[in-house]
Design a protein around this ligand. Sequence first.
Ligand SMILES: [Zn+2]
Length: 201
Amino acid sequence: MGVQDTGCLSRVPAGHGLIREYNGSCTFYRDDQYVSPNFRMREFNPSGVRPYGVMRRLVDLLQTMRYSLGVPILITSGYRHESTHESGLAVDISVPRKTFIQVAQAAYNAGFRRIEVIKRTGTSYWNNMSVGGHVHLDVYDGSGITTRGTIYDCPTCASRPCYPWYAWGAGSWWATSQPNTFSQLLRNLQADRGNTGYRGC
Ligand SMILES: [Zn+2]
């Protein structure tokens, strides 16, 4: 899955981005055109990469979050040549007027099942996100089928689909087997237990 599987990236007109629809077809939008009620095409490309595009499901889940939070969501990183971002499956966001905990909960409620919460040293998950940090969200389905092969699979997961997850530390990242449920993630956030992520199968 992902935008690179379509072949459409090579056909994106100048000044446009692409959305890969649920049925696999591609829609081209002008950079300034709305792809959902609150998001314009170019918001998924803060790094200015060309060509670029994202999956429709990513847009839809973000819009669902936008409705439930009721305040602007800033996409700090969208399409870029790295990890699931490269397949148009992921965004990093900040919601300056909501806490990390509120944002993680809204993401889960919207349907995201790969949620990573990164805060800065000396801040709390109870702080509004205006203190810095970000939340990574992605719609990778655990199939292992992306242009980046199977690197996103978690080898110890017994069931498929598998949602591998990891947490970021200072200058490095490591695989973690805990928490493996969203409620565990929420408890870790509420206890302000370092950088944390969610991994489930
Ligand atoms: Zn990210």
